[in-house]
Design a protein around this ligand. Structure first.
Ligand code: GUN
Length: 299
């Protein structure tokens, strides 16, 4: 039996993007300019090119200004740092995103550290990680913030719920744990060294899987009625030779038979990332311009 509600991240993301777009005209009137997002791509990684193109399209569709900067794979670290400094100094730019991964001769940490934390709409700068850890307003990485929005939309108040986050990356696992803790969940962060992972996951009202291992979380690990958020996007061989398909970190059909609600892959967490990026850019624009954000407009 497939008992779980399927959480429609695509629909939620479309709604969030519409709410962001609806708030842009008032900002334009108040600030005399559009919110601006700068995206920097170094090299020709095909997946990154696809992401950057969709970010550009979504930014323009939201009525914001998109500044796209492409550097060749041979660009030096200094050239990239110079570009980031120029974007830091450019008043039309509210948000800066440097697409990762960067070519191996460039130090990612150094690049992220150079971004003005108040323009860091990716939430990757240590200042923003620190703000999240101590509960100050800053910027939270888009994927975990999108997961939290889906959870609150489905469950309302999360207080007292047992949450297990599988994965401890700086981009998803750690910020996800901090967000859930701030919502008064009892949070466990599980990872590759966790003993008896299945038993740990069985105690959870909320499971967030962000490990990057196809269908690792099995149906019999899921507590009856739990809410399952699958952050994984893994390409695996498909049914026909030469074809591939996308699967999450959760064995979907098995888990959907016991969960209360679950995100599908694709169409769950994935579409939230760009929507939250636009949301973070809108927030950055208002803060930087000293314009109040309409209450409740963007969750
Ligand atoms: N590469 C894949 N996802 C992301 C993201 O959310 N931000 C950045 N900067 N790079 C990425």
């Amino acid at each position: 039996m497939n008992g779980a509600e399927i959480i429609d991240g695509k629909a939620y993301a479309a709604g969030l993007r519409a709410r962001v777009a609806a708030a842009v005209p008032a900002f334009r009137v108040a600030a005399g300019r559009a919110p601006g997002l700068a995206v920097v791509l170094v090299g020709e990684d095909p997946a990154s090119q696809v992401y950057v193109r969709s970010k550009h399209k979504a930014t323009v569709e939201a009525g914001m200004e998109s500044f796209e900067h492409r550097l060749p794979a041979t660009a030096s670290e200094m050239e990239l740092l110079d570009l980031v400094e120029r974007l830091n100094a450019d008043d039309r730019v509210d948000g800066i995103l440097v697409q990762l991964p960067l070519p191996s001769h460039i130090d990612e940490k150094r690049v992220i550290a150079t971004i003005d934390p108040d323009k860091d709409v990716d939430g990757f700068h240590v200042v923003n990680a620190g703000r999240l850890a101590v509960g100050e307003a800053g910027y939270v990485p888009c994927t975990p913030l999108g997961c939290l929005m889906l959870l609150k939309d489905r469950l309302g108040d999360l207080s007292g719920l047992a949450a297990v986050v599988i994965g401890r990356s700086n981009i998803v696992g750690k910020p996800m744990a901090a967000l859930l803790l701030a919502e008064n969940c009892t949070v466990t962060v599980a990872h590759s060294r966790t003993r008896d992972l299945a038993d740990v996951v069985r105690r959870a009202d909320i499971v967030v899987a962000a490990v990057g291992r196809p269908e690792m979380v099995k149906g019999d690990w899921i507590r009856h009625g739990a809410t399952v958020i699958d952050v994984g996007i893994n390409r695996v061989p498909g049914a026909e030779p030469g074809k591939t398909r996308l699967v999450g970190d959760v064995a979907f059909a098995e888990a959907a038979a016991v969960a209360g609600a679950i995100t599908p892959v694709p169409g769950g967490v994935g579409p939230m990332t760009i929507a939250v990026l636009l949301r973070n850019t809108l927030v950055a624009a208002h803060r930087r311009a000293g314009v109040a954000l309409p209450e409740g407009a963007i969750g």
